[in-house]
Design a protein around this ligand. Structure first.
Ligand SMILES: [Zn+2]
Length: 384
């Protein structure tokens, strides 16, 4: 049985490599990207960790890690792997069957998306996250960490939980609001290859640990959602269109994957040496899904001058339904004592993102009047 598993995983890695060739950059471009990322990573690490020395950072970057294909870029791969390790452990703890396994990794392709696809004739799947999505998680988690004031506690610190106070401070912080706007603009204007934006610095260790937890909770949700499709054996039947019954079935599968991801995140949040409250409450998940929805609305605004009613994608249910699925399960899986706290935190992070979006949406509409239009995507692939 172990032999079969190893063979099927080798086939899955091979299939993933084919997809990287098909949708991703060429090997040469990937290596060039690696060099760019390498310089940025060194600068960033030295900046963020004043005690690190260049030798140490370079050694860490030269470690090829667990890459499985010639197009796996070690830095992005290790980011995905960290989340995958957590989610696979959580799945084992809960008792989900991961069948013969998942070949996972980053994909240097267009768009900010994640996908799962079963590998034909095997009990394995591919799970891939585009590098643009990884960058979005990183940038968004920083902005969220900076948007919520920290308060001293007798032991350590806590985050401000009063929305009115957060909102007031946030709206007055012009620099931060303009960074929020840049994020919406970059991803709405060029969904294919968004600009990366300016370097956002994090003032202290406490903010850094909040950002780290938020970013983990988002990564776990994305990976957990794709693992949800794998666990539920979605996609094996093949769905050709996004209309009528097929569409309802597909939306049902997306909500199922969201609910599994919610469960996996809560399990992963619990098994930390210190709990990750953003994962326990699925606050990172909701903030990320909302941001992605607003970015697609931003794209519509730049294109048409206004956003269209309803969900921004046929393939997936709207944000309202997805939030309902997530909050339903968060509530069901937590104790009566903690569920109120978790749902409040989830709603709080949704409202913070919505506040920044409302301001950004007006500015994007002005940009449309000035003649700014989005750059059209050239390749449409089918994310799940
Ligand atoms: Zn999905």
């Amino acid at each position: 049985m172990d032999n079969e598993k190893a063979e099927e995983m080798a086939a899955a890695d091979d299939y993933r490599h084919q997809q990287q060739v098909r949708y991703g950059s060429s090997a040469e471009q990937a290596l060039q990207k690696l060099q760019t990322l390498r310089h940025a990573a060194i600068a960033h690490t030295l900046n963020a960790l004043p005690t690190a020395d260049l030798d140490m950072v370079e050694r860490a970057l030269d470690d090829p890690g667990d890459v499985k294909t010639a197009l796996d870029e070690p830095l992005s791969h290790s980011l995905v792997k960290a989340a995958v390790d957590k989610i696979e452990t959580a799945a084992e703890n809960i008792g989900f069957n991961l069948r013969n396994g998942v070949s996972f990794g980053a994909l240097f392709a267009e768009g900010s998306e994640a996908m799962q696809a079963p590998v034909f004739g095997t009990e394995t799947s591919l799970v891939m996250l585009t590098s643009n999505l990884l960058l979005l998680v990183h940038r968004l988690s920083k902005l969220l960490a900076l948007s919520v004031p920290l308060k001293n506690k007798r032991e350590g610190f806590t985050i401000e939980k009063d929305f009115r106070r957060i909102e007031k401070k946030l709206l007055k912080n012009e620099n931060l609001m303009s960074q929020w706007y840049s994020l919406y603009y970059d991803y709405s204007h060029n969904p294919t290859t968004p600009a990366r934006g300016d370097f956002i610095s994090i003032p202290g260790e406490r903010e850094f640990s909040v950002q780290d937890d938020i970013s983990e909770s988002m990564m776990w949700f994305v990976v957990g959602h794709e693992y949800g499709h794998h666990i539920m054996k979605h996609g094996s039947g093949g769905i050709a269109s996004a209309e009528g019954e097929d569409r309802d079935r597909q939306h049902g599968m997306e909500l199922e994957a969201d609910m599994l991801a919610t469960w996996l995140c809560m399990e992963a949040g619990n098994s930390e040496p210190r709990n990750n409250v953003f994962a326990l409450a699925n606050a990172g998940a909701v903030a990320l899904l909302a941001t992605l929805e607003f970015i697609r609305k931003g794209n519509q605004i730049l294109k048409n001058g206004k956003s269209l009613p309803g969900s921004t994608r046929d393939s997936h249910p709207g944000i309202y339904q997805r939030r309902r699925a997530i909050s339903f399960l968060t509530e069901r899986l937590s104790s009566p004592r903690t569920s109120y706290q978790f749902i409040s935190l989830q709603n709080l992070y949704y409202r913070i993102v919505a506040t920044t979006w409302n301001v950004a949406a007006k500015r994007l509409a002005e940009q449309h009047v000035f003649g700014v239009r989005p750059i059209e995507r050239t390749v449409e692939w089918l994310p799940r």
